[in-house]
Ligand binder design. Sequence first.
Ligand SMILES: C[S@@+](CC[C@H](N)C(=O)[O-])C[C@H]1O[C@@H](n2cnc3c(N)ncnc32)[C@H](O)[C@@H]1O
Length: 275
Amino acid sequence: MARTKAKLALSPTDLKYYLYERAVQCPEWHVKHFPRFYLWMTKKKAKSLREDFCGTSRISMEWVRSAKDRTALGLDLDPEPIGYYERFHRSELKADEQTRLRHELKNVLEPTREKFDLIAACNFSFFIFKERETLLKYFKAARMSLKPGGALFLEMAGGEGMQESMEEKRMFTAPGIGRVKYVWEQDDFDALQAINDYAIHFQLPNKRWIKNAFEYHWRLWGIREIRELLAEAGFSKSHVFWEDSDRQGNGTGEYVPMEEGDPSHAWIAYVAGIR
Ligand SMILES: C[S@@+](CC[C@H](N)C(=O)[O-])C[C@H]1O[C@@H](n2cnc3c(N)ncnc32)[C@H](O)[C@@H]1O
């Protein structure tokens, strides 16, 4: 049987970021909805974004592309994904977009001198902080880095579906590579520590596996305790954007501000703290 030949030659490290972006991320969604939520909460237009845990900076890229007066700063501890941005993404941006997107190799636990309208922590990345004290430090540092009235957006996930031992598999097309299998693996939840292990694996068209391309060791924080911690960190108000459901109780994909939520087997929600 003829095998699909990869037309794209990437190093193993670059390949895992290339596949991750296509299998997992949808930066257009965040860039469309965060400013909408922000406008609803503050009646102001968001111009400056700090993308925390930015990885390859896909959200920042879409942000600077979306309007001429929008600027972004990506923060990540690891030079590897930022190197990927430099090698592959920078040249995809126009010259003026490139100047409006900057990076700092920096721990998000330290505040930035520059202040922002929005700080976004996506893909549950802050779940890396397992201790209350550390998360409080992050929220305080983020608050100090916001302009008055600025907002910290936290993308969260939860529900029993995040706690059970399972594997979710799906196929996607990676241009230049072919049809790739994406596997999301969850371990057994530690009910006392509220911690679980997760991993992403890929299988290439030639059947070769990239096992544990990304591994996560996360504490599953609850929305209520996050809002309490935001208040403790000095945020004046917090809002929850929860997925709306139709009459049959199925998720509509629309996120709306809510104070009470129906249970869901696995949910994604956005918590926003206002400075
Ligand atoms: C799950 S990836 C997020 C990638 C991308 N932002 C997304 O939404 O899919 C988490 C990233 O957070 C970075 N990271 C972990 N701890 C950090 C910290 N304390 N400060 C800054 N970056 C951190 C890691 O290096 C990694 O690139």
